[in-house]
Design a protein around this ligand. Structure first.
Ligand code: F6P
Length: 327
């Protein structure tokens, strides 16, 4: 089986980026080990603090953030880091060529129930004229991302990675500690009969999303003429892994519970890296209005509504939104 290094070289990845990805993964291997130890290592449960988004931090959120922050800051490849668990950007090395954005442990509510969680990351070029502590450096559209991926700490630890030459799946071989390519060039089926949404928020969605999901639920008797299945893992990393593996549509739409919040998921730490992986696998990733990768961020912790996955199904969902605007 091909090793990560060989695949990255084949994809034309510059040496420094390869070294950065390997450094990041060394941190993820440590997180994988701690996750596996669970209660034995005393890593379950909550801390007494909240992150900048007002969410209670779990012990593993804090541990994972610290592991990645330490390893990336010391590497010399990274100019600055932005993290879902940090209030502002973390300056790393003034000569570092890259910026890294991380969700150190996505799906925190799954930690204590021993269910799927993962680390999501994306890497961009660092503008050399900006200071390492300048958050403006991170305000680049997702289309400028040079590498993105996630490590999923499931029954096996796997990584989905793209450097813009397809999306590839690797599995951590814990016997020798390396990631081996287990499926190259992932292709998401264009059509699907599976959707993922937190249906408990249904009454808060906007009308086009109500109508779209309503029609999926009508199954073969409704306008779609086929039955749909629903899945919700409550960790984006798990739901997107399923979509990349067998297709589907994943959405966390805007809802009117907090009208000032444009959605739940974060553009830099979740929506952009997942969009890059999905697009490189032939899928689509949009808000109701535009391609996620084209959004110009206005602040590092920005949130966006997301609709992503199998191309034809995303198009159908977007049509409901376009039609509603015209009516
Ligand atoms: O970061 C947020 C997150 O945990 C995502 O990974 C996941 O898709 C979503 O929130 C789950 O939200 P909810 O709690 O509404 O199911």
């Amino acid at each position: 089986m091909k090793r990560l290094n060989s695949q990255l070289q084949e994809d034309g990845c510059p040496l420094e980026l390869i070294l950065l990805i390997r450094t990041l993964l060394a941190g993820c291997k440590e997180i994988s080990f701690r996750v596996g130890q669970g209660e034995l290592a005393g890593v379950l449960g909550s801390t007494l603090s909240e992150n900048v988004q007002g969410e209670t931090q779990k012990k593993l959120d804090v541990i994972s953030n610290q592991i990645l922050k330490d390893i990336l800051s010391e590497s010399g490849y990274v100019k600055a880091l932005s993290s879902e668990e940090e209030d502002t950007v973390v300056p790393c090395h003034p000569e570092g060529k890259y910026l890294v954005s991380i969700d150190p442990l996505d799906g925190s509510s799954n930690i204590d129930i021993n269910s799927l969680i993962g680390t999501i990351f994306s890497i961009q070029h660092a503008p050399q004229w900006m200071d390492a502590d300048d958050p403006e450096a991170f305000l680049q559209p997702g289309a400028q991302t040079v590498a993105a991926g996630y490590v999923l700490y499931g029954p096996s630890t796997v990584m989905m990675l793209t450097t813009g030459r397809g999306t590839h799946l690797y599995t951590l071989d814990k016997t020798h500690g390396g990631f081996l390519l287990t499926k190259g060039n992932i292709q998401i089926p264009e059509q699907t009969q599976e959707f993922a949404i937190n249906a408990s928020n249904q009454r808060h969605w906007e009308k086009p999303m109500q109508d779209y999901i309503g029609d999926l639920l009508k199954g073969e008797d409704g306008p779609r003429g086929k039955n749909f299945n629903m899945r919700w893992i409550a960790a984006m990393v798990g739901d997107i892994h399923r979509v990349l593996t067998r297709g589907g549509i994943f959405t966390y739409p805007y809802d009117n519970r907090e009208p000032n919040k444009p959605g739940k998921l974060r553009l830099l730490y979740e929506a952009n890296p997942m969009s890059f992986l999905i697009e490189q696998a032939g899928g689509m990733a949009w808000t109701p209005e535009k391609r996620i990768m084209e959004i110009m961020p206005t602040e590092i912790h920005q949130r966006v509504p997301v609709i992503m996955g199998s191309k034809q199904e995303v198009e159908v969902c977007l049509e409901y939104h376009t039609k509603a605007k015209k009516d």
